[in-house]
Ligand binder design. Structure first.
Ligand code: B1M
Length: 214
């Protein structure tokens, strides 16, 4: 029998093949894909973050873990999509990571969970300049704009996007949700975002709540 601990350990040491194998076994053994994601992959990745911070792991090792995480996540994605919480169209979201920031994994997971909850998601990618977000909002006309940032140095870009929405007369047509490891509710409030979510599952709840408030 496979375990979440095994999955975490193989992710931490960046063994992509083993991560795929344990993820598949956990799925075959009937574990919930959302639980495999949160108890296995996400917990493993948070250990990677701590080890990176304390200097026990370096960028090439972190990247190996990130690749392993993506490989495991790719196996879960179709199953989570099949398991849709709702088939109803809830709304449209444009989501991206702000300029200067290349972190992709959390945003991808948030996108996937929003899709599984019935949202149509347009993921514009990472390192997205403010004007590209404005273009995407003008083009896609989403109900919600999602901004992700993992670096304290790129957090201010979120406020700049909100200011640019105001200048383009788009602010009152759209809800803005922010998230990422360094983001807090207090920061979200300070830049005038409509909502903040600490993780992907609460991002889905928050997104629905924000659209209900329209
Ligand atoms: Co970077 N990195 N990294 N990194 N990296 C962090 C963020 C860091 C906290 C590590 C540390 O020091 N402990 C630190 C930031 C410190 C700070 O700003 N205070 C850091 C640093 C310093 C850097 C570099 C500067 C390192 C360097 O080059 N010296 C560099 C910056 C590059 C750049 O962006 N310009 C860098 C590079 C990288 C890699 C490329 C090696 C790799 C990214 C690979 C990739 O994404 N393709 C990487 C990784 C993997 C990490 C850690 C270890 C893990 C991030 C991750 O994927 N977590 C990270 C440490 C950490 O966060 N613990 C770290 C898993 C993911 C599922 O969680 O992204 O938090 P997360 O997403 C969550 C929530 O935050 C939330 O939901 C998600 C799912 O539950 N969420 C939202 C995210 N977005 C949301 C949006 C929402 C709502 C919720 O609404 C729209």
């Amino acid at each position: 029998m496979a375990s979440y601990e095994q999955l975490q350990e193989s992710l931490i040491v960046g063994q992509e093949g083993k991560v795929k194998e344990v993820t598949s076994t956990l799925l075959k053994e009937g574990n919930s894909p959302m639980e495999i994601l949160s108890e296995g992959l996400l917990l493993g990745m948070s250990v990677v973050g701590q080890k990176f911070k304390t200097g026990e792991m370096f960028i090439p090792e972190v990247l190996a873990s990130a690749h392993a995480m993506s490989a495991g996540f790719a196996l879960l994605k179709p199953v989570i999509a099949e398991d849709k919480l709702s088939d109803m169209y809830v709304g449209k979201v444009v989501i991206g990571t702000v300029q200067g920031d290349l972190h992709n994994i959390g945003k991808k997971i948030v996108s996937m969970i929003l899709e599984s909850g019935g949202f149509t998601v347009v993921d514009v990618g990472v390192d997205i300049p403010t004007d590209k977000f404005i273009e995407a909002v003008e083009q896609e006309r989403p109900n919600l704009l999602g901004l992700s940032s993992l670096l304290t140095t790129t957090m201010p870009r979120m406020g700049e996007v909100i200011e640019a929405l105001k200048r383009s007369n788009l602010r009152d047509k759209i809800r803005v949700m922010v998230g990422g490891a360094p983001i807090t509710q207090a920061f979200a409030d300070s830049i005038g975002a409509d909502g903040y979510a600490p993780d992907a599952v609460s991002a889905l709840d928050k997104a629905k709540q924000l659209l209900d408030q329209r």
